[in-house]
Design a protein around this ligand. Structure first.
Ligand SMILES: NC(=O)c1ccc[n+]([C@@H]2O[C@H](COP(=O)([O-])OP(=O)(O)OC[C@H]3O[C@@H](n4cnc5c(N)ncnc54)[C@H](OP(=O)(O)O)[C@@H]3O)[C@@H](O)[C@H]2O)c1
Length: 379
């Protein structure tokens, strides 16, 4: 079964590519940016990271790389190659996206909305047997503050936190319409925050928590407005963040998320003119205070306080942190939970993931326990 995969150089796409190639021995055609040899080199490295070890030479023949761009007509392919691939593939997994949470509307819509329109046009040219899998996000729930979000829900009633949310919502609407108009089933996955519980090698595609961990480390090493670089005996620093103290968010491990998506998107066939939608989430939300405790443990002297309202007279440091984490802090204000009935019913036998504990969060942030080791002398 030949799979065409977009976004394969990214954090999630590389894990899906690895599972398809190494575990399921499927031929995978990667459509990505850059010239073919450079794209191939990036892919082999991304597969090595995703597989947590050398990419087995036996599988190299299953990887084909074609240079393309989802925002371009014919996906940036020649008409001949476009037609050949459309006739050849049995599944299209669309994972390419611009994930800049606070990015500008035009930029996000160009890749996410227009790019998906081009992928849908390609999928339309494939045989009826070809299954389309679209990677969406729980962010389609937008600014909905609370309640149980069902996998069938798709509404703009509450508005959106960011242009990213709005773009992912718009795309899901397009995907649903496409399925109905062309009588083709589509599998839609809505992951929450997918994170790896281990430090990623330098240069590897990261996830939200690894990016946060890198930012904290850079600030700790080099300082930032109002934040002196960390050094032994550094003075205490208190940061007030405008986020409820009982806030939580949903983090799901990359191994579990990938396994669930492969079991549902690859191992099962769907029928009917409909989008079959699955929340790829952890059964339990992670309290924000757990993440903050790990950060405080890592940076002795740092204390983070949560405030329900605007922080009065914010310091330079507080303004810097609030501006750097705008998107993240907005999502933390939600109290909603995600129903996963469809996803668990469609992946029987897949055990629930382990809790997201301090060890997971340390690994995801890419930090050592050095703060904990010294905390006795600094507090
Ligand atoms: N990671 C998460 O926690 C998470 C959570 C929920 C949903 N998602 C969804 O999962 C999908 C993948 O996310 P990710 O975290 O893996 O993102 P990522 O690491 O930023 O990867 C994005 C991928 O899209 C590719 N891409 C961007 N613009 C493109 C274009 N014009 N043409 C072709 N390829 C293009 C990138 O290629 P380059 O390498 O060339 O830039 C990269 O391979 C997205 O749809 C995202 O919304 C992710």
């Amino acid at each position: 079964m030949t799979v065409l995969l977009t976004g394969a150089t990214g954090f999630l796409g590389s894990r899906i590519a690895h599972a398809l190639i190494a575990t399921h021995s499927e031929p995978v055609v990667v459509l990505g940016r850059g010239d073919p040899s450079h794209l191939r080199a990036r892919m082999v490295e991304a597969l090595r990271v995703a597989g947590e070890g050398p990419f087995d030479g036996r599988h190299v023949g299953q990887l084909r790389c074609v240079s393309g761009d989802v925002t371009k007509p014919w996906l940036g392919l020649s008409p001949a190659l476009y037609a050949r691939l459309a006739g050849e593939v049995d599944a299209v997994w669309h994972c390419a996206s611009d994930i800049a949470l606070t990015g500008e509307r035009e930029r996000l819509y160009r890749v996410n909305v227009h790019g998906t329109t081009e992928v849908l046009a390609f999928a339309r040219a494939t045989p009826q047997r070809c299954q389309l899998v679209h990677i969406s996000s729980v962010a389609v729930a937008g600014a909905r503050p609370n309640g149980r979000v069902m996998e069938s829900d798709l509404s703009d009633l509450h508005g959106f936190e960011t242009h990213y949310d709005a773009s992912k919502f718009t795309v899901e609407c397009l995907v649903r319409q496409w399925a109905e108009r062309h009588s083709r089933p589509v599998v839609v996955f809505r992951p929450s925050i997918v994170a790896a519980d281990r430090k990623l090698p330098e240069g590897a595609a990261g996830h939200s928590l690894s990016v946060l961990g890198d930012m904290l480390e850079a600030v700790s090493q080099g300082g930032a407005p109002g934040i002196p670089a960390q050094r032994p005996g550094a003075r205490r620093l208190t940061l007030r963040l405008r986020v409820p103290s009982d806030a939580n968010f949903n983090i799901v491990g990359d191994r579990y998320a990938t396994e669930m998506m492969i079991r549902i998107g690859h191992d099962r066939r769907y029928q009917g003119a409909a989008a079959h939608t699955f929340h790829v989430v952890h059964p339990q939300p992670t309290p924000l205070r757990d993440l903050l405790a790990v950060i405080e443990e890592q940076y002795p002297g740092l204390r983070i306080e949560c405030a329900d309202d605007d922080v009065p007279d914010p310091s330079d440091a507080e303004q810097f942190v609030a501006a750097s984490l705008t998107g993240f802090l907005r999502y933390c204000r939600h109290q909603r939970v995600y129903d996963r009935s469809n996803a668990t019913a469609a992946s029987p036998g897949l055990a629930d993931p382990a809790p997201i504990d301090a060890a997971f969060l340390r690994g995801a942030l890419g930090v050592t326990r050095r703060g904990a080791d010294h905390s006795g002398s600094t507090r």
